[in-house]
Write a protein that binds this ligand. Structure first.
Ligand SMILES: C[S@@+](CC[C@H](N)C(=O)[O-])C[C@H]1O[C@@H](n2cnc3c(N)ncnc32)[C@H](O)[C@@H]1O
Length: 254
């Protein structure tokens, strides 16, 4: 008798295991040392609380623990006002989650996902392609290697440019707003952009007003910033600046 197993997409988790393991292991060592000399307990507490925080966050992001990752993604999709005819680019596509959701929503669109696929996540081009095959959209999606700071794509190639939780992660440029310039460059005149990231993190992106003004000065119109961090699905404990406390959507038209 053969057992048929249903194939599932694997989108991974934005909270990498390293955030749990790196403070968790020394935390356990300090806990043991605390038996010999109690001050180690204090250090153990700091490390284990940090590991516990990220463990809880990872759980909330996962499908079994609140599906927060999917909710954040859907918040971005809800802000897309588009006919569905043409080409889409997802900058920093990770495991292909947004590319696949858009391919399902817009059956007439051709969708490209680009990513650096660095060390931080267990994401790869192969994983994206496998997820697309499992979701049954592999004929309409393409995955390309490249950096958000210098997209290896021609000017004015896309009707819609999206990106979710990527630009703050870009390490190959100091000024993260270079990624916004790049996103706008590859957009066709009249095309729309819907970008979600930690845009309220001032040291990285400046003030929301400055970002909007910058996009306008680059030729964008109808530019607006939407504070996703205030959504009811964002739990209070995740409202730290580098978690979901500074998340916003930057939307507009070229
Ligand atoms: C938090 S994950 C988000 C992944 C995906 N956008 C999603 O919504 O599931 C951040 C992504 O940014 C990508 N990334 C980091 N630096 C990048 C760069 N310079 N260019 C393109 N992608 C980059 C990472 O490889 C990773 O896939």
């Amino acid at each position: 008798m053969s057992i048929k197993t249903e194939e599932k997409t694997r989108f991974g988790n934005w909270v990498s295991m390293k955030f749990i393991i790196i403070p968790g292991i020394p935390g356990l060592v300090f806990l043991i040392l605390g038996v010999v000399a109690w001050p180690w307990f204090l250090l153990a507490g700091v490390f284990l609380i940090t590991a516990g925080y990220f463990l809880l966050a990872r759980r909330r992001f996962s499908p079994g623990g609140g599906n927060l990752q999917e909710k954040v993604l859907h918040r971005l999709i809800a802000e897309i006002r588009w006919s569905g005819e043409g080409c889409v680019l997802d900058i920093g596509c990770g495991s292909g989650a947004l590319v696949i959701r858009l391919a399902e929503k817009y059956p007439a669109a051709g969708i490209t996902g680009i990513d650096f696929w660095g060390k931080g996540w267990n994401y790869s081009k192969g994983l994206c392609e496998e997820n697309a095959r499992v979701a049954g959209v592999d004929g309409r999606v393409t995955f390309v290697h490249g950096s958000a700071s210098s997209l290896p794509l021609n000017d004015g190639s896309f009707d819609l440019v999206v990106s979710n939780m990527v630009f703050h992660e870009v390490k190959d440029v100091k000024d993260k707003s270079v990624c916004l310039t790049e996103a706008l460059r590859v957009l066709k005149p009249g095309g729309i952009f819907v970008l979600q990231d930690l845009f309220l993190l001032k040291p990285y992106f400046g003030t929301p007003e400055a970002q909007i003004e910058r996009m306008r000065s680059l030729g964008a119109s109808e530019v607006e910033m939407i504070r996703t961090c205030d959504e009811p699905f964002v739990p209070t404990f995740l409202k730290l600046p580098f978690m979901l406390g500074t998340v916003a959507i930057l939307r507009g038209r070229k």
